[in-house]
Design a protein around this ligand. Sequence first.
Ligand SMILES: Cc1ncc(C[n+]2csc(CCOP(=O)(O)OP(=O)(O)O)c2C)c(N)n1
Ligand SMILES: [Mg+2]
Length: 414
Amino acid sequence: MTVESTAARKPRRSAGGKAGATGTGTGTAAEATGTGAKRAPRTTRAAAGKGTAEPQLVQLLTPEGKRVKNAEYDPYVADVTADELRGLYRDMVLTRRFDAEATSLQRQGELGLWASLLGQEAAQIGSGRALRDDDYVFPTYREHGVAWCRGVDPANLLGMFRGVNNGGWDPNGNNFHLYTIVIGSQTLHATGYAMGVAKDGADSAVIAYFGDGASSQGDVAESFTFSAVYNAPVVFFCQNNQWAISEPTEKQTRVPLYQRAQGYGFPGVRVDGNDVLGCLAVTKWALERARRGEGPTLVEAYTYRMGAHTTSDDPTRYRHDDERAAWEAKDPILRLRRFLEASNHTDEGFFAELEAESEALGRRVREAVRSMPDPDRFAIFENVYADGHALVDEERAQFAAYQASFADAPEGGN
Ligand SMILES: Cc1ncc(C[n+]2csc(CCOP(=O)(O)OP(=O)(O)O)c2C)c(N)n1
Ligand SMILES: [Mg+2]
């Protein structure tokens, strides 16, 4: 994106309904792209006309693993090779294996808590693989699959959950921000960052992950308003996993979440969040819009949290097993496997090697977690302010005196 093509020059474009979410549903959504090669998807015409339109769902792979043609989004995955398809499968399998290992580590007392991504692998790998290296990601606490795509070492995701550090990786090392627990707040960080990207005249994009529950937060509403008005190059990627701890999505909204974008003046699309190809295509489309200076997009990845909210949660207290069973039939990994097998893209050797690789990953992560050193007990006072602060100094001194009061206090206070 050049400076000329950013917010200052194009505010009317996103507000004028050309991209469809605010449009009349008469077909204006079919705008040409910058290259003229692709056309904007019709599905962006959410809720056109009176009332609320029936929810539309972009799906390129059915639960049975059948490839569905989609004239609007097929161009965004047309260049995906068999090797890359196997890569997407590998990403999902390894992410699921890592996630299962982390859950076990919590059960063994090695982690204080874990938030599993089970069931959301396609949403995360599909969107994560749509990103360019120079794009910037603002995750929640559940984006282990996106972290994987960014090249963050999975073991580093576990330090915070073990309580030995405040994050575990350098956000600028992989353009992947630290996990954010304060629900929805990262959408504001992403919006501000994206406004900065536009001011810099860079052509990278920003993506903010958040959940269905987060969509009720004021921070998210503010992000939508600011990003729309400033035409910020940001993609809001909402994983609607149907639950916010024990609250179902119907308690968060009266309209399908993606249709909310209409009120802010930018497109919203619902994609099958268990379809890795669909998520890849829709996210690529949304990122390209952002890069062209056409502003924000809301992507709602319709998926399901197969596990508990976190290891501290017991979902049997608020939802029925048959609901989970229905979603198991739509498993994201299984459907890609069916497609790969039907297309003769894989053989037994591929799956056997991947199984061995998964086990090796589990072992490596397990060993890495168990050997993480305890933090310096004074580390808690670091990074509160960039340049130190009198109150923090006082608190550190008080804490040091308290520590020294123990008979077995180590020399030097640590
Ligand atoms: C501002 C704020 N309020 C409440 C919480 C407690 N909390 C943690 S996770 C969560 C639910 C989030 O649900 P959702 O956005 O759907 O994400 P999911 O956990 O399903 O991925 C809540 C309310 C919090 N962390 N931050
Ligand atoms: Mg949720």
